[in-house]
Design a protein around this ligand. Structure first.
Ligand code: LMR
Length: 403
């Protein structure tokens, strides 16, 4: 090839999901990508989303015209309110509609490459070890310098808070710190409120810039406000920050790419908001011209119609509770089988994922021998479990753990 470009390996997670699709075993189980599934292992269009789609399709004022470059104005407001709450004057928050959470991460990363906080010339972003694999891809793609802070302690199967705190203590002013707002991906382990408070104090004192990624609001506790607690506490403390927001998981709008990036500065004015948004608009125009309309329209309708909003909250609870049931059932089965090891973390972890602690060899056997598809780091998407396959999955885990 004239470019002399090498062959990149396929994305590990999407390749895994592809292998699951191609597998014709009757026993196959998909616990790869974090996407909600029903008890019948089927994708779920949230009933509230289905209802809203019908309303939109029959609404003569809905067209397929371009959105403004920054996105749907109403969506930008209500999306900001959903995550930031009443803590901040939205007239000072810079918001751009993005291609879901990934687009928000990318937009934020490009912006931070061009503009650094407080004139500090940092190019460094600290990410949890481990983090969502795509964080590495997104940040290295725009040549941010990625450093890791300890997060998962494999021995205790819990948060290594001391490691995280002492590493961030050594960071330099202006460095960016990626934080998962709730339901950490891939570990399912979040800091306690007390630990969050300590992190907020450290970040403020050291002039670090928090980069919140919020892809699972509603999935950690089943309650939207509760899951926004850490973000809002940072705002209360007047810490400058940005938030990447996705509606892929909590509205099940995976392929519609509805999300937003919010930049929240403690001393912001309508003028600073305008300046930042003008930069985001130029970026967005250069890359996608303007964002896709349909997903954001669904989200806006749900967020602005009280009866639909209530129904959405019930749908979120349905998803969160089925996942909780599956955590309990998987752990119960492993305990019943006497599978070596302690499995308490399966029920203490939260959100869509569990970090099982299975090693790469055990994972490989689960995939190749048992047709159970999970990420190489041992992460399982709990939504792939159901009443029909949980016994099979537990028995298979039991087999690979023993041999
Ligand atoms: C996941 O981690 O499974 C999801 O966030 C899907 C993705 O884009 O990787």
């Amino acid at each position: 090839n004239v470019f002399n470009c090498p062959l990149n390996p396929p994305d590990a997670l999407f390749a895994l999901a592809g292998r699951y699709k191609d597998d014709d075993s009757a026993h196959k189980v998909d616990m790869s990508i974090g996407a909600y599934r029903t008890n019948e292992a089927k994708p779920w269009i949230l009933p509230v989303v289905h209802k809203t789609e019908e309303l939109l399709v029959n609404d003569p004022s809905v067209t397929h015209e371009y959105l403004p470059i920054l996105g749907n104005p109403e969506f930008r407001k209500v999306a900001a309110k959903l995550i930031l709450g009443d803590k901040v004057d939205l007239n000072t928050v810079a918001t751009v509609q993005t291609l879901s959470g990934t687009g928000a991460n990318h937009m934020a990363a490009v912006f931070l490459r061009r503009y650094t906080p407080w004139g500090k010339k940092s190019n460094t972003i600290y990410v949890s070890d481990p983090t969502w694999a795509n964080h590495h891809t997104i940040f290295s793609y725009v040549e941010l310098d990625i450093k890791k802070y300890p997060y998962w302690d494999a021995k205790t199967k819990a948060l290594d808070f001391e490691g995280m705190y002492s590493t961030l203590k050594k960071a330099s002013a202006g460095d960016i710190v990626l934080l998962h707002a709730c339901a950490h991906n891939p570990t399912g382990v979040d800091p306690t409120r007390e630990q969050w408070e300590k992190l907020a104090s450290l970040i403020k004192e050291k002039e670090l810039f928090p980069f919140f990624d919020c892809a699972y609001q509603g999935f950690a506790s089943g309650d939207l406000d509760n899951d926004a607690w850490a973000v809002r506490m940072f705002i209360d403390r007047k810490i400058d920050m940005l938030v990447c927001q996705s509606f892929a998981k909590n509205m099940g709008l995976y392929g519609e790419r509805a999300g937003a990036l919010h930049i929240v500065l403690s001393d912001a004015t309508p003028e600073t908001k305008a300046a930042i948004e003008s930069q985001l608009a130029t970026q967005s125009r250069a890359e996608i011209s303007n964002p896709p309309a349909f997903g954001a329209r669904i989200a806006t309708k749900i967020l602005t119609t009280p009866s639909l909003f209530d129904e959405w909250r019930r749908d979120i609870k349905t998803m969160a509770e089925r996942i909780l049931d599956m955590r309990a059932e998987l752990k119960g089965e492993l305990v019943r089988l006497g599978t070596p090891g302690n499995w308490d973390h399966l029920t203490s972890q939260i959100g869509m994922f569990s970090f099982t602690g299975l090693d790469p060899k055990q994972v490989d056997r689960l995939v190749t021998e048992f047709h159970i598809y999970l990420a190489a780091n041992g992460r399982i998407s709990m939504a792939g479990l159901n009443k029909n396959n949980v016994k099979y999955v537990a028995k298979s885990i039991d087999t690979v753990v023993r041999q």
